[in-house]
Design a protein around this ligand. Sequence first.
Ligand SMILES: *Cc1c(COP(=O)(O)O)cnc(C)c1O
Length: 417
Amino acid sequence: MTLDPRKLHPESLMMSHGYDPFLSEGAAKPPIFMTSTFVFRKAEEGEKFFRWAYGLEERGRDQSMGLIYSRLNNPSLQILEERLSLWDGAEAALSFASGMAAISTMALATLAPGDVLLYSMPVYGGTEFFFEKILPRFGIVTKAFPMDLPAAELESLARGYGDKLAMFYLESPANPTNVLIDIAAVAALARKLSSARPVRTAVDNTFLGPVFQNPLALGADLVLYSATKFIGGHSDVIAGAVTGPKSLVDPISVYRTMLGTVPDPFTCWLLLRSLETVKVRMEAQAKSAERIARALAENPRVEKVYYPALLEPGTSQRAIYDRQCTGPGSIISFEVRGGKAAAFAFLDSVALCKLAVSLGGTESLVEHPATMTHSDVPPEIQARFGITEKMIRLSVGMENADDLIADLRQALEASAR
Ligand SMILES: *Cc1c(COP(=O)(O)O)cnc(C)c1O
């Protein structure tokens, strides 16, 4: 290659980066390396690889590490991670068996007993369960703060924990209301509070990344993904990812090996296929979503639409959106006139959209957050974060936008009967 890969756009490199066809019989596409273990040429080579893998010996500059066993590494995994890192401009990326595997492995590798983790509310239900019910069993103190907490109050809350504070964990936009938190402001606060020990900022970038939001560029230290959603994009795989600097990602990699939270080679291969189209998919889905959100806002059966592109100019949310995001994404929440019965009638009437949880795939999905994805959130907390019984969450897929608008319109009409 005569072009400098660092000067090319990620989408230009998704078909080539990190893979040499001539190491695989000239296959244009990387094979799926369906193997649990790798053959050593000589016993001495096996000994050397293990000494390097377990850190018993420093590897020389001219010496290259070989493959040992697929819980440690595999070519399908390695190619995927090299390509994943390009999107966030990250030094390193790790892939995982699920988004929850990425989040839990990152937390266990980065936090120690006595450490304090402050996280924005609302976050993904599995994340909240892990932070509230599991991390405290290992002596890690976790505390939620509302996304709209004024900056000065967040700072005084954080200062109250002194040098025990280890991490801010953010998710933006929030699910299902698309509320935004100022990632750059929290990352700046984390740096300000880093004295004897560093305070890290980790961001779940599942909703807008890797195309419309780059937390590393905003000052965050680590980025997490449920690759099940937009990165996978076809609703046929469960996977996760972490990106960031090598110094923070390498220790997470050790925990991944020991916890066994690696993805299998076929999952990695599916994600490689998906990464070739992630930009066009997300852009096409966002373009449709913007039209659909406007059509919903004009529909008399709809009371309210939550979608970043519809944020009022002059509001603080709009200012965060303009600074932080390069596109609105394709998750829309809206309230149907007539409460839960109308919302259910709507869900039972869609013909092109499917009634299912999850998001970010090629097919449009609708669900009812209050009784499905967010049903374990107590009613008073649901009310606090605007999750109502009349709310529908829509993930816009790759179907024709006019067809989707027609489907939503007829289902809304049915919801009135
Ligand atoms: C789905 C999701 C997760 C969990 O990912 P899995 O791949 O289902 O484990 C985490 N965070 C967000 C924002 C999600 O939407």
